[in-house]
Design a protein around this ligand. Structure first.
Ligand SMILES: [Zn+2]
Length: 920
């Protein structure tokens, strides 16, 4: 990172260019003036002076000139608040500046240097939101004459956008002012209807969750449309539209547009103008279309068609959704009609504009503030691109973007409380296949938060640095080199591995981390005051590190205090008061157990899935109570997981829930994300079930190996219940009926609440469990065939993203046969069978007679149902029956290899079912 002298400071309030009124009026009233200097008395030019009238909340502002002077005039007599801010300095503030009518109040400020900025570079940001085309787009709707230009009087004008058909029966379509010669906004007022029929059975079903019908027919009274496609030209050319200018409802159209603008900026936080700008600067693109539909039944609907993919459901290009409370969610999403026609529709489609190859992040942490620069090396994928969008957490404010030659580039980033999306504008179109470098400088609070006791938590998982906006989950495999500076006494644990010993730089420690030659799907870190313990596991070769927080975070201290209070109030209950349990939240003592868990889990996963390309795995505590997460080589463990179950249940009584098994198995789950999520990523939300489902499945391997078959069966029973039982968490709908696991995040909605969690994790896990159980060979090689298949799957796609179809191909190869039936039933389908086994044992337990019944399924549904016997030493599989449809199979006098005292089907929860009854 380059360092610059402080005199180069120019001020940076990005919104100052657009929003703040600079008061230069002369005349009556008083004034406030003054001079701004640094601690040594040197002038500070370009400082922002903001004067607020606390009575009216009116704000006036000015910049200091090159003498460091400012003047704000025409102020009503009264008392004002003055705030002076300049990059690199602590704000100066005075609350009681009295202004008399016709008088002058003086406030001179000597600014103190902000500790953080003293050691890092100072940016010269003149480029935020200042692109003139962008500014024109942001201004649409502001002028009184807006929407007073061209308009069309329509009679049954039909706008067809893929599966959506907008019929504008009668009324007027008003157009916004052109920018760069192109019209990008329109408002319809009149009588119209949107009809939409999703292209696939799964999507028809999804729509029916919201409208009780497989097709939508929604009347509306107005639309706000934003587009870069040919909507204007199409309307103009249509015989159903009569063009004219200065329509009768232009003012209403403008008001509707402005209301939509407010909605997008302040509520949905979606910078629509950034998306428009991207196409205005790449005019060869076909363009996108978005309509906000004030429907008669559903007033908060919107429809989008974007050939670059819709952010949440990319690479899918078409979406109908609602931002309403009760009906909110993605109603339907799919690929373009011609992709289905050509058979190319797939979650492996790549609409990314760029492929990031390298992040070189240089950051400083002070308190909760991160100041960083990221040198991003990327290959441009789509020729003609001039606007490159990134995902960057909204409180991290960009001060400067520069290119390889060190030239400042324009960029977009609005107010952090509004539509703060970050995008870079290149001076000319990028060439396809060429490699470029950008340097982004940014800083801010909010990404890192302080939980007390020297504990910090990094909130944004993949957006604390500028991540590729073309990937819906923010993950784009790249090499990461990170240098971080932070106050002594703290530790920084990154992804990858340290490349050198820590050094010091004044009162800061400097740590360097790198992913080496292995691209990581995402990078992160943990930071705070830790105690470290480590073990080199000779069996796997991984160095297992454990970082325990030295002190309890505030939240746990609060819970601790409240429990102690409760106990103090109720000693008469005669229960043994256990102050020691909470005193014992000294989690450092849990380090050995955690390291043991990690060693066991990694040994098991190495045997089932193969070796990782990483040399170390760090288990770190995070001050969050109830969730864990994993980055490559780095795992965040929730506090709860480190407590013994007695303490845990004591805490759970007073705080939020989570079953005890969740806490027990959160470590094996998170550790397995090194394989499922990092080494094997997922193409789209349709495929993400493999990441969470397989991680949950991996936890079952741990349970079976470490805690035995009884706990293993308990584990699957618990998962089965999550899938089949309704609860308020899914609006009392049985989760499995909502949709297939491939619907991913979309399973959750205003109609179905948290259904995602009740399907993607447990049913995703069950799918792999059922495959394992079918492949299990008890007499011979056990899991050998399954392990070969899983290792082959990983090797084939090592450090890549996969689709559900890639996994299907791996299973077909591993099993040696077509698996359409299995995937259609369990992965893409929602069927749920029930089983019954009535049996007798005779001849001293050596002959088995019985009847297996499968019910509650469609005629084509087939499944392999295993039969087990128990001779007193646990379940042994003796065979399996193919069952198709609602049917029964008789076992007539089957000779058993040994005398049994009981028999069962699906003894290890081999088949996911509503119920499995075994009766003798
Ligand atoms: Zn997970």
């Amino acid at each position: 990172m380059k360092s610059r002298k402080l005199k180069a400071i120019i001020l940076v309030l990005s919104f100052a260019f657009v929003a703040l009124p600079f008061v230069v009026a002369h005349g009556a009233g008083g004034r406030i003036e003054g001079r701004v200097t640094d601690p040594k008395g040197a002038v500070v030019s370009g400082a922002t002076v903001t004067v607020t009238d606390p009575a009216s909340n009116k704000t006036f502002s000015a910049l200091t000139d090159d003498q460091g002077r400012y003047k704000i005039e025409s102020l009503k007599a009264g008392t004002y608040i003055v705030i002076i801010s300049a990059r690199g300095f602590v704000n100066a503030r005075r609350e009681d500046v009295k202004v008399a009518e016709g008088g002058t109040a003086t406030f001179d400020a000597r600014l103190e240097i902000a500790a953080l900025e003293a050691s890092v570079n100072v940016a010269t940001n003149t480029k935020a939101n200042s692109d003139t085309v962008y500014q024109q787009l942001r201004q649409i709707g502001k002028n009184p004459q807006d929407f007073g230009g061209p308009f069309a009087t329509v009679t049954n004008l039909v706008l067809t956008r893929d599966a959506a058909v907008f019929t504008l029966r009668s009324g007027e379509l008003y157009f916004g002012a052109p920018v760069e010669g192109r019209i990008t906004a329109a408002v319809f007022i009149g009588d119209g209807e949107l009809t939409l029929v999703p292209p696939t059975p799964i999507e028809k079903r999804s729509l029916a969750i919201f409208v009780d019908d497989e097709k939508l027919a929604e009347p509306f009274a107005h639309l706000v449309i934003r587009f870069t496609d040919k909507t204007f030209e199409e309307t103009k050319a249509s015989a159903s539209a009569k063009m004219s200018t200065g329509g009768p409802q232009a003012e209403k159209a403008r008001d509707l547009y402005r209301a939509n603008q407010q909605l997008l900026r302040k509520e949905l936080r979606n910078n629509a103008e950034l998306r428009v700008l991207s196409d205005l600067y790449a005019p060869q693109r076909p363009g996108y279309f978005t309509a906000y539909i004030a429907g008669a039944r559903h007033s908060k609907l919107f429809f989008r068609l974007d050939p670059l993919g819709i952010p949440q459901v990319a690479p899918e290009e078409v979406e109908l959704a609602s931002y309403g409370e009760g009906d909110g969610g993605i109603w339907t999403a799919f690929h373009l009609a011609d992709e289905y026609a050509k058979g190319t529709a797939s979650s492996s489609e790549d609409h990314r504009l760029i492929d990031i190859m390298h992040h070189e992040i240089d950051g400083t942490i002070r308190g909760t503030r991160i100041t960083a620069s990221d040198v991003i090396t990327f290959r441009n994928l789509a020729g003609g691109t001039r606007v490159v969008p990134f995902n960057l957490y909204r409180t991290l404010r960009v001060s400067r973007v520069s290119d390889e030659q060190g030239r400042d580039l324009d960029f977009i980033q609005e107010n952090k409380e509004e539509d703060a999306a970050f995008g870079v504008i290149l001076p000319q179109a990028l060439e396809a296949g060429k490699t470029y470098k950008l340097t982004v400088q940014y800083d801010g609070d909010g990404a890192l938060s302080d939980s007390g006791g020297g504990n910090y938590i990094l909130g944004p998982r993949s957006t604390w640095y500028p991540a590729n906006a073309g990937n819906s989950f923010g993950e784009d495999r790249a090499i990461y080199d990170m240098t971080f500076r932070y106050p002594k006494g703290h530790m920084f644990i990154g992804t990858g591995a340290p490349v050198a010993a820590e050094t010091s730089d004044g009162d800061l420690i400097v740590a360097r981390w790198s992913s080496g030659q292995t691209e990581l799907a995402v990078a992160g870190f943990n930071y705070g005051r830790f105690k470290k313990k480590e073990v080199l596991d000779k069996d796997t070769g991984y160095n297992i590190e454990f970082y325990a927080n030295e002190e309890l975070p505030d939240e746990v201290k609060r819970v601790q205090a409240s429990i102690q209070q409760t106990e103090a109030k109720a000693p008469e209950r005669g229960r043994t008061v256990t102050p020691t349990t909470l005193g014992a939240i000294s989690t450092t003592s849990m380090a050995d157990a955690a390291i043991g868990d990690a060693e066991n889990a990694t040994r098991i996963y190495n045997a089932y899935f193969g070796k990782l390309p990483y040399t170390r795995i760090a288990m770190t505590q995070q001050p969050a109570f109830n969730f864990g997460q994993a980055w490559p080589t780095l795992i965040f463990m929730p506090y709860m997981a480190f407590l013994d179950s007695t303490v845990r249940s004591q805490l759970l009584k007073s705080t939020r829930g989570g079953t005890d098994d969740f806490w027990r198995y959160v470590a094996p789950h998170e550790i397995s994300h090194q394989w499922w999520g990092h080494i094997i990523g997922w193409d789209s939300y349709h495929d993400q079930w493999m990441s969470e489902g397989f991680a949950e499945f991996s936890a079952s391997l741990y349970v079976q190996q470490i805690r035995g078959n009884d706990k293993f069966v308990d584990f699957w029973e618990d998962h089965r219940k999550q899938i089949i039982q309704s609860s308020p968490a899914t609006r009392d709908i049985k989760p499995y009926t909502i949709g297939p696991v491939t619907q991913g995040i979309r399973l959750s909605s205003g109609k179905t609440r948290a259904a995602y969690q009740f399907l993607v994790y447990p049913k995703g896990a069950f799918i792999l469990h059922m495959i394992r159980m079918m492949m299990f060979n008890q007499g011979g090689r056990g899991d050998a065939k399954f392990q070969v298949m899983m290792k082959d799957f990983i090797q084939t796609h090592f450090n890549q993203d996969v689709s559900t179809e890639d996994f299907k191909a791996a299973v077909e190869k591993g099993i040696g046969g077509n698996m359409d039936w299995f995937f259609n039933e369990w992965v893409y389908g929602i069927e749920m069978p029930s089983y019954r086994f009535d049996y007798q044992l005779s001849d001293g337990g050596t002959t088995l007679t019985g009847k297996i019944t499968q019910s509650g399924v469609s005629d084509k549904f087939k499944m392999l149902v295993p039969v087990y016997i128990d001779s007193g030493k646990g379940w042994v599989k003796v065979g399996a029956a193919w069952m198709t449809g609602n049917t029964s199979v008789d076992l007539a006098g089957v000779k058993l290899p040994q005398a049994a005292n009981r028999a069962a089907i699906c003894a290890l929860d081999d088949v996911l079912a509503l119920s499995t009854q075994n009766s003798k």
